[in-house]
Ligand binder design. Structure first.
Ligand code: PEP
Ligand code: MN
Length: 364
C-alpha cells in the first residue's frame, strides 16, 4: 500500500468480521429490542439457519420521548447468552453507561455498540472508554444524530486511545431540519470523508435507521454496498409489525433473505472494467471539474465587484428577493437539464453563501 505523506497515520485497523459465503458482505441482524425470551430466540433461530454470524438486540433503549418501551434491561442478558451458546452467533447489544458494560460483560457478552445519542456526549464516551479499557471486546460506534463528523471521529479516537482495538463505525444517518423521505438523512459525504481520513476503519451501514421504513431498507442497503462500505446491520424481527420499538422499519427473516439475494453484486472484479475504458472518462471528469472551478472563481470575482457597488450605495449585501428569483431560475434550469432538485438547491445555496462571505470580506 502506498502512503500519502499529507495524511497522518490512522490508528485504526481493519476488523475481521465473519461472513457467510452466500452473503454479499458481513452482516449483523436482529430485532431493534429484545422484548421477550421467546421473541429473542425465535428471531435468532430464523437468522441462524440463514448463516447470520452476528445477532443484534437492544436491552437498554435510549428513547427520545418518555412513555415508550425502554427495554427489558438486565433481564434480557441470559437470552442473548442463549443465542450465543445454543445458536453459535455472536450477540451485540447497545451500551450507554459503565454499568451496562459491567452487567453485560459479567454474563459473558463481548460485543457491543454505542448508540447515536451516546456518541454525541463526550462525557458518556469517556465513561465507556474507561469501562471497556483493557477488555477484549468488539465495539461499534454509531454516528451522533447531528451531522458532526468531528464528534463521531472524536469518539472513535477516544475509544481507540483507551486500548480498544476491535473497533468499527456504524453509519445510521443524521437528523436534519428538512424532512425528507428518510428517517435519518444518509448524508453519505460524512461517512465517505471518515473513510477517506481512516482507510483502515471498518464502517458498516445501518439502512434500517436511515430508511425508517422497511420499503426503503433494500435501496439504502444497496447504496451502502455500492459505496464500498464494509457491511450491514439490519433490524430483523420474527413479527415486525408487532415490534415494541421501530416496528415500521424492521424486516421479517424472510424479507432479509430476499434482500440479501437481490443485493448480491457478484464478486468484485476490477479487471472486468479495463482501465482503457475508465481512464478517458476520468480524464474528461478532471477536465470538467477544472472548468467548474475556473467558472466559480470568475463568479466570485463578479460577486466581489457587486459587493463594492452595494457598499457605495449603502445597500445590504443579502437581497432576499434577488436570491429567491435566482434560486427559482436555477432550479427550473436544473430541472430542464435533468438534475436532481435537492442537489441544485444545495449547490446554489452554498454558492450564494460563499458569495456573501466574499462580499462581507470585501467590506471590512
Ligand atoms: C438502535 O440501534 O436500535 C438504535 C436505537 O439506534 P440509534 O442509536 O442509531 O438511534
Ligand atoms: Mn431501532
Amino acid at each position: 500500500m502506498t502512503t500519502d505523506p499529507s495524511m497522518p497515520a490512522s490508528p485504526f485497523t481493519r476488523l475481521h468480521l465473519a461472513q457467510a459465503p452466500h452473503h454479499p458482505c458481513p452482516l449483523i441482524a436482529g430485532p431493534c429490542s429484545a422484548e421477550t425470551e421467546a421473541q429473542t430466540l425465535e428471531t435468532a433461530r430464523a437468522l441462524a439457519v440463514q448463516g447470520v454470524h452476528y445477532y443484534r438486540a437492544s436491552l437498554w433503549k435510549p428513547r427520545t420521548r418518555p412513555g415508550s418501551f425502554e427495554g427489558v434491561g438486565q433481564l434480557g442478558l441470559p437470552w442473548l447468552r442463549r443465542v450465543e451458546t445454543e445458536l453459535g452467533m455472536q450477540a451485540l447489544t447497545e451500551v450507554a453507561t459503565a454499568e451496562h458494560v459491567e452487567e453485560a460483560y459479567a454474563v459473558g457478552l463481548r460485543a457491543f455498540w454505542i448508540g447515536a445519542r451516546t456518541t454525541a456526549s463526550p462525557f458518556a464516551i469517556a465513561e465507556l472508554a474507561e469501562a471497556l479499557s483493557g477488555r477484549d471486546v468488539l465495539l461499534l460506534v454509531k454516528n451522533p444524530p447531528q451531522p458532526d463528523l468531528e464528534l463521531w471521529e472524536g469518539a472513535l479516537l477516544r475509544l481507540q486511545a483507551a486500548g480498544i482495538t476491535q473497533l468499527g463505525a456504524i453509519h445510521r444517518g443524521f437528523s436534519t431540519y428538512a424532512r425528507g423521505s428518510y428517517r435519518n438523512a444518509p448524508l453519505w459525504q460524512l461517512p465517505i470523508e471518515l473513510q477517506r481520513r481512516h482507510p483502515e476503519l471498518t464502517i458498516l451501514v445501518d439502512p434500517s435507521h436511515i430508511a425508517g421504513n422497511r420499503q426503503l431498507v433494500p435501496l439504502v442497503a444497496r447504496m451502502g454496498l455500492e459505496m464500498n462500505f464494509s457491511g450491514l446491520i439490519i433490524e430483523t424481527h420474527c413479527t415486525p409489525e408487532a415490534a415494541w420499538s421501530d416496528a415500521a422499519q424492521q424486516l421479517s427473516p424472510l424479507q432479509l433473505q430476499q434482500l440479501l439475494q437481490q443485493l448480491d453484486l457478484g464478486p468484485a472484479s476490477p479487471s472486468a472494467v479495463p482501465s482503457l475504458d475508465l481512464d478517458p472518462l476520468r480524464a474528461e471528469i478532471d477536465r470538467l471539474d477544472g472548468q467548474l472551478l475556473s467558472l466559480l472563481s470568475e463568479r466570485m470575482q463578479i460577486a466581489e465587484r457587486i459587493g463594492a457597488l452595494k457598499r457605495a450605495a449603502h445597500l445590504p449585501i443579502v437581497q432576499p428577493d434577488r436570491y429567491r428569483q435566482l434560486l427559482e431560475a436555477r432550479l427550473q434550469e436544473g430541472r430542464a437539464r435533468g438534475l436532481d432538485e435537492g442537489f441544485v438547491r444545495e449547490l446554489f445555496s452554498s454558492i450564494h453563501e460563499a458569495a456573501v462571505h466574499v462580499q462581507q470580506a470585501a467590506q471590512h
